[in-house]
Write a protein that binds this ligand. Structure first.
Ligand SMILES: [Zn+2]
Length: 91
């Protein structure tokens, strides 16, 4: 029955994440591996901070970029180099 217990724990954690958004940090322990899951990403198109649970993600050149909206993601996909150059080298 161990499988059932962990399934319930997972479902509970998932429910909390869906319900409280920011509470995701609290239920995150014990599942290392995502690295910077708690770090905020900056939308390279409009410069907004985007929460890891929000917006759209896109892998480009081995980096994960996040976008506040589908609109920004579309702009980035059209001309990724343009927006990456604008960012400077502050990573
Ligand atoms: Zn944006």
């Amino acid at each position: 029955m161990e499988g059932l217990v962990s399934l319930l724990l997972f479902a509970g954690a998932f429910y909390l994440m869906m319900r409280f958004g920011c509470g995701a940090h609290m239920v995150h322990g014990g599942h290392g591996g995502h690295g910077d899951a708690s770090a905020k990403h900056v939308d390279p198109v409009c410069g907004m901070n985007v929460d890891p649970e929000q917006g759209y993600g896109k892998m480009h050149g081995g980096e994960l970029y996040r976008f506040c909206s589908r609109n920004c993601l579309d702009k980035f996909e059209a001309e990724p180099e343009k927006f990456l150059r604008k960012q400077g080298g502050a990573s």
